[in-house]
Structure formats: structure tokens, C-alpha cells
Write a protein that binds this ligand. Sequence first.
Ligand code: FAD
Ligand code: NAD
Length: 477
Amino acid sequence: QEQIEPDPAKKTLVILGSGWGSVALLKKLDTENYNVVVISPRNFFLFTPLLPSCPTGTVEHRSIMEPLRHIIRHKKASVKFYEAEATKIDNERRVIVINDLSDVKGDVHQTEVPFDYLVVGVGAENATFGIPGVREHACFLKEINDAHKIRKTVMDCIETAMFKNQTQEEKERLLHMVVVGGGPTGVEFAAELQDFFEDDLKKWIPDIADDFHVTLVEALPNVLPMFSKTLIEYTEQTFKDEKISVRTKTMVKNVTDKHIEAEVTYPDGKKELQKIPYGCLVWATGNAVRPVVRDLMSQLPQQKNSRRGLAVNEYLVVDGTDGVWALGDCSATKYAPTAQVASQQGAFLARLFNSMARTQALESELIHLEELSAKTKVQEDRESLEREIQKKGKAIRRVKTLSPFEYSHQGSLAYIGMERAVADITWFNGNLASGGSLTYLFWRSAYLSMCFSTRNRVLVFMDWVKVKVFGRDVSRE
Ligand code: FAD
Ligand code: NAD
């Protein structure tokens, strides 16, 4: 880590975000080639695949967080990190406006960061589709604070339901846990919550046993649309066995502090608006574009037809820009917004930046050799320089031929409760669909091996052992 101040001879590469995409880029980037600046409102990487296990305490939140400072300290050249939110990307002036969001404010809490190259990896925010009441009353499940909030709300609901003289109707409402969105986030969290109830809550608070109830609400005819039909059926049957109610063809239209209002479509096509009381509401209906990304899109006429995020070319360059790349959930590509895609895009961009730097170095060596060759009068020296020049030219062509980004799908995995999981795995160019307890062991080992660091791996493993031996904690956060 020799470089402290920005080196004027190097380009400044700014990376926004500390999620799957940006951290995968950072991990493989040769930082000595650029003045690297990372900007993110959170100073850690979060292993989202195990986030649904956090609110119930199956996994402790610190076990799936990796401090960004650990990651950047291990790089060859120093990397600057600012814990801040990018509020504006000014493409024309090539600066980013950043805001310090922390509770402790210094004299300066808003400033600008200039860039030569920019990678936008700010992810997405929670989609609410403008449904009234969602932001005010629901919990989300995207960040670590969301997991804390859900945990607190679930335990509050339980203890409030146990309050002296609580009516039966109110008790049932408070103990009704509603999860909206039958994608993998909603399914995995509903499963984890039901496990928590069956394994621990029922044992320590037996008075809730008859009334605690988890419902999963989904607008489409089935849950987990990205999985194969057999696995969808297997998941729905497992949920039935676990006594989780699955209400498909039920679209939430309005949310109040105690009810959701949903439009139910019956098999004969008739529709009915139903009021469903809830104690805790978890909203998991997918992704929406962040304001800073929407603002950048509005600066670029080439982005006017893009809806899901920044339209990029096959090298992840943002359409309508020069020197701005986007990856992960904030970009709009033909791939699903998953960690797998984001991390492969991050690794691709690291290769691209490393090869750009190598090309520039070779090109300046080439110019130097050409100048020497022009000056030299000795025939022998000139011939040797010519050979060197040809070699450099070949090396440049080799480095420059980086093929476009191509995603390699490893498969989809989801936990569905009762120590069962479903997996659609790509296997020797074919597909392997499996569900059950063996798949659960596979799910656990796959997620363990995917954890960011050995430290994370050991912590997660110890959390699982702890829960097996002592059960989950039932105290409120
Ligand atoms: P993120 O990982 O979300 O990172 C975005 C980063 O940008 C964060 O550091 C954030 O703090 C930062 N940021 C936000 N706003 C700004 C701003 N204005 N300025 C600067 N920085 C900003 N995918 C899978 O493939 N497998 C799974 O099992 C899986 N499980 C999931 C479980 C849950 C509960 C969730 C929510 C998602 C899951 N996903 C999974 C999806 C996966 O997490 C995302 O696709 C992935 O995180 C996208 O990576 P990203 O780098 O684009 O964004
Ligand atoms: P999603 O977009 O996959 O699913 C959201 C679901 O909410 C959809 O099925 C949609 O029909 C439903 N919905 C939307 N509005 C509704 C309404 N008003 N009422 C009822 N239902 C409504 O969202 P997600 O589960 O948060 O996943 C986001 C991304 O992260 C996806 O790409 C997913 O693949 C990925 N992810 C993967 C895993 C995994 O692989 N295990 C886990 C979590 C997330």
C-alpha cells in the first residue's frame, strides 16, 4: 500500500457501491494501475443469500458481513473509501455528488468526487409499485437493518399478543405474519419464520401455538416462477405440510397499519377485494430503480426506453456515455438481477480494467521504442528495435482482444423450510432439478463455500451448530 495521495499520472476510477458487483470487481482489480475510490453508504459487503436467516437468528448478522476495510487493506495499492451516498452522477462534468448519511456530522457532509472512469454498482431499491401504505407500514428484506426491524416487529407482535386481557381477535391479528411476494426472498423468509415458530417460539411461548400463522401472498398463479414446474409444486406441497398458507392470485392493492387489502382472482375469473389483518408485514416484491440511477438515465437520451435500469452494451458500458460502466441490479440486461450475475460482471470488469491498464502501458512502451528506432543510426540496433516493436504490437493485440461479457448460469437454489431446499442446477449442459433434505445439505455447503471469507464461513458454520444445540434466541433486539 505505497500510494497515499492520488497519482496525477494515473486515471481515477470511482466505484459506487459495496455489494456483489462492486466487491467482485474490487477483489480482482489490480489497484496499482488506477487511483481507486470506492463510495458506498455502507462500509461492508453483505452476503444476501443468507439474509432471510437473519431475522429469526438462524444466522447472526455479523456472520454475513465483511468489512470493506478488510477487503481494501489487502489490495496492493491504497484504495480510498468514502462512506457516503452518491446523490448525483453528473455525466457532463464528470463528477459525483456525495452525501455523508451518518448520524455524526462533520463540518463537511456534502462534496464532489471527480472521475475519469466510473463503475455504477448501486444495486436497486425495494419495489412498492406506488401501493399506498407499503413504505409506512411494511418491513423490507434487503439490508441488515431490515433484518433487525423484522426481528423486533415479530417479537413485539408476540409479546403484545400475550399482553393481559388481549382479545382473541386482536391476538390472532398480531400473530398473523404476512409475507407479500412469492419470489425467492418471500419464500425463503416465510420458511425461516415458520421454522423459528416450530422449533423455538412454540416451545418457549406455548400460548401462541394455536394462533401464530404465516401467510405468503403472491399475485401470480404460483410461487418461485424462475424454478421448474416440479419444484414449484414441491415447494407448494412442503408449505402445506409446514402449515404456511400460500395465497396465490392475490394482489395487494392497499396497506393500512392493521390490514392489507388484496384483490383475489377465483378459478372462474371472478375478482374479490379482501381485507386481511396482519401483525407483521414483510414486503418482498422485487426491485425498483434507485433515484441516483434514474437521474443519470434522465441525462442520457440513449436511456429513454430503458425501464429496469441503466442500459449497457456487451462490455457493460452505459449507453450514451464514455468511461461509465454499470453492473448488477442497477443495470438492465437480459439476465435476472441476481448475485451470480453481479459478481460475474464484477470479475469481468476487473479483467477489462486490468487489460486496459496493460494496453496503455504497452502502448507507451511502443511509442518509446518507435522514437528510439527513429533516432538510431546503427542498422543492427534498428533491426533489434524493430523486432521489439513487432513483439509489443502483438502483445497489445493479444491484450486488447477481450471478449464481451457472457454469463454462465450455475443454477438456482432456495431454502423452503423443514430442512428442505430446492435446486435447479446446470449440470453438464443439462438441467438437474432436485428438492428435499439432500438438496438442503447441498444448499448449506454451497452457501458456505460462497461466503466471502474464511472468517464468514467459520462464523456461519458456528451459528448453525449453535442453533442445532441451543435453539434460537427468543429475546427482542
Ligand atoms: P447490491 O449487492 O445490492 O449492492 C449495492 C451497493 O450499493 C450496496 O453496497 C449499497 O449500500 C450501495 N449503494 C446504494 N445506494 C448507493 C448510492 N446512492 N451511492 C453509492 N452506493 C450506493 N441472488 C442470488 O444469486 N442468490 C441468492 O441466493 C440471493 N439471495 C438473495 C436474498 C435476499 C434477501 C435478497 C434481497 C437478494 C438476494 N439475491 C440473491 C439477489 C442479490 O442479492 C442481488 O442481485 C445482488 O445483491 C446485486 O448485486 P449489486 O452489486 O448490484 O447490488
Ligand atoms: P422477485 O421479483 O423475484 O419476486 C417478487 C414477487 O412479488 C413476484 O412473484 C411478483 O409477482 C410478486 N408481487 C409483486 N407485486 C405484488 C403484489 N402487489 N401483491 C402480491 N404479490 C406481488 O423478487 P425477490 O424475491 O425479492 O427477488 C429479487 C431478485 O433476487 C430476483 O432476481 C431473485 O432471483 C433474486 N433472489 C434470489 C434468491 C435465490 O436464488 N435463493 C433469493 C432471493 C432473491
